[in-house]
Write a protein that binds this ligand. Structure first.
Ligand code: 0O2
Length: 247
């Protein structure tokens, strides 16, 4: 029975795919393009809901609030075309599906570095999604100084015609990394005219920020250990008091 459903889904997936993933030139005003963007929007909404549920579950069940905020966006049609051109790909639907991995994008901003790795682990285990790639720019920052954890995943989107796996890019970073990346994006990322000196300064500031992140982590770890030790002392004290009362 399960195999039959899998086969059915697979056939629908192939039919839907062969209608959409074609070598036709992209027309951003066509119904076909609108349908494709709808699929990316659906994948984004599904993933966003999963992340919001994870955030709420952690808060309610574990009193743990690693996520400060979540942002989502769909890449502008003209930017999709620009990206294909810049990377010397064809302006076809096939190349758009294959090479533009961030048409649907989610950014998760956490408090601490450890939170990032915890969130990555939880996202990997969401049923139904497929992890395509992971890039850890915390371990190996970009030459610009950029730090973040990137994941490309595929989210199943079911529509009446069938099922299709749609790529979503997830960027996970701390508040401090987000502060740096937003400003650097405005000042430099797509601006070739910035001087070497200013470029070096931005790399320097990224290192300062990384240092602050590390110190905040040490601070948080110490505070949570102290909290735990206090709790243990309280429990022991309560135990002694109860004993005295009984005697
Ligand atoms: P935008 O305007 O933010 O959307 P890909 O670009 O994903 O096909 P690549 O080069 O392997 O392939 O991706 P990478 O570098 O892992 O991640 C790309 C995205 O990360 C960028 O998207 C940026 O959002 C962000 N990013 C990467 N490097 C930097 C950096 O040096 N500074 C800042 N501020 N952000 C960076 P886009 O589409 O390039 O740009």
């Amino acid at each position: 029975m399960g195999e039959q459903i899998d086969e059915q889904n697979n056939n629908l997936f192939m039919t839907l795919n062969s209608n959409l993933v074609t070598k036709e030139k992209i027309d951003i005003n066509s119904i076909k393009f609108k349908k494709i963007i709808f699929l990316y929007e659906s994948a984004l909404k599904t993933m966003n809901l999963n992340i919001e549920l994870l955030r709420d579950e952690l808060k309610l069940f574990s009193n743990y609030e690693p996520i400060e905020y979540i942002k989502t966006r769909i890449k502008k049609p003209t930017t999709i075309i620009e990206k294909l051109n810049k990377r010397n790909h064809n302006q076809t639907y096939e190349d758009m599906f294959r090479y533009v991995s961030d048409i649907a994008g989610i950014r998760i901003v956490c408090n601490f570095k450890k939170d990032i790795y915890y969130i990555v682990e939880r996202l990997e285990n969401i049923e139904g999604i497929r992890v395509v790639s992971k890039k850890d720019y915390l371990q190996e920052p970009k030459s610009s100084g950029y730090m973040s954890y990137h994941m490309i995943i595929e989210v199943p989107v079911r529509i009446s015609d069938g099922i299709v796996f749609i790529k979503v890019e997830i960027q996970i970073r701390t508040l401090a990394m987000d502060f740096w990346a937003n400003i650097e994006h405005k000042l430099k990322y797509k601006n070739d005219e910035i001087s070497k000196r200013q470029s070096n300064n931005l790399v320097k500031y990224a290192k300062v920020i990384n240092n602050i992140d590390d110190n905040m982590q040490v601070c948080a770890d110490k505070i949570s250990i102290q909290k735990y030790e206090k709790m243990v002392v309280n429990v022991e004290q309560n135990g002694k008091d109860n004993k005295k009362r009984i005697l």
